[in-house]
Design a protein. Structure first.
Length: 305
């Protein structure tokens, strides 16, 4: 009986030892598996953090690229604080990205930095959105001002054109009025006279030349004393001189003879004489009559021998 009890006792102890060993093996195996699981989860968490950091970095780069496209339009904002706010937020984001890239921290610490980075980038997005909206608004205002300026310029051109047309019309009207005041003459003649004051057909024997004409009535012309200047051009192209000078078309001309007469807006017969002081030759003579700064007539006469 004692022998059987010993066998049972030792058998129980053996079973117990086996059970304990089995439990220890199971515990060790479970601990190893848990450690592997934890390591896998840590690696997965690290990858997620790296991926989150990469996405945030890409968002940051896109925001910078979008902002830089409108840097040349900052002139619209003058000294606006939006640019300063953007630069401050950008520096914070750059600092956080450098910390994440340079420092070795735990996943929990990195997660906190990622969370902070998300907040800073969200702030940066808001600033960029506001900045672009302001640029667009001011750009539209500027475009509106350009259109207004263009409209004003077009209006000024129209006014300038109207002024030019009015000036031309006024100038034409002034010229018309001026011409209306011009005296009109008819019946211009050139005659040669001998020493007895009789008509002389032979020009070489002439001692005096006379130019006669009739001034027509003109109520538009100013009445009063009128100076009539006569120029006689010989066939050789020489002006028969001796008379006073007068102004015409901005120049000073010499005359053959002058006659002053009272004009009362009625028909007036005028004769101007010149005493021959040179040898006259047969041929075509040109007679010009001037008064009040106008050339009243220019006629050609053939004088024979």
């Amino acid at each position: 009986m004692q022998k059987n009890q010993k066998i049972i006792l030792f058998g129980g102890i053996g079973v117990l030892v086996c059970l304990i060993a089995l439990i220890i093996v199971l515990i060790a195996s479970n601990s190893s598996r848990t450690h592997e699981i934890n390591e896998a989860e840590a690696r997965a968490d690290s990858l997620r953090l790296v991926n989150d950091q990469l996405q945030l970095s890409n968002e940051f780069n896109q925001l910078n690229a979008e902002f830089s496209q409108y840097e040349d339009q900052q002139v619209y904002l003058k000294n606006d604080s939006l640019v300063q706010q953007y630069n401050q937020a950008r520096m914070k984001v750059e600092g956080l990205l450098k910390e994440l890239n340079a420092e070795k921290r735990s996943n929990n610490q990195n997660r906190a930095r990622i969370k902070q980075l998300e907040g800073e980038i969200a702030t940066l997005k808001g600033i960029v959105k506001h900045y672009l909206a302001e640029i667009q608004r001011l750009g539209e205002e500027n475009e509106g001002l350009k259109q207004e300026i263009q409209q004003v310029q077009e209006r000024n051109q129209q006014l300038a054109s109207q002024v030019s047309e009015t000036s031309a019309s006024n100038a034409q009207l002034t010229q018309t009025v001026k011409l209306a005041k011009k005296l009109n003459i008819t019946g211009v003649t050139l005659r040669a006279y001998n020493k007895k004051g009789k008509n002389e057909k032979n020009i070489t024997k002439a001692r005096q030349l006379g130019v006669s004409f009739t001034v027509s009535p003109n109520n538009t012309a100013a009445p009063g004393m009128k100076d009539f200047y006569v120029r006689i051009i010989s066939p050789e192209g020489t002006m028969l001189g001796g008379g006073p000078s007068f102004g015409f078309d901005g120049a000073t001309l010499s005359s053959t003879a002058k006659r002053s007469m009272e004009y009362a807006n009625e028909e007036l017969a005028v004769s101007v004489y010149w005493d021959v002081n040179t040898t006259l030759t047969p041929g075509d003579y040109t007679v010009e009559v001037f008064c009040d700064g106008y050339r009243l007539a220019s006629r050609h006469f053939t004088m024979k021998k």
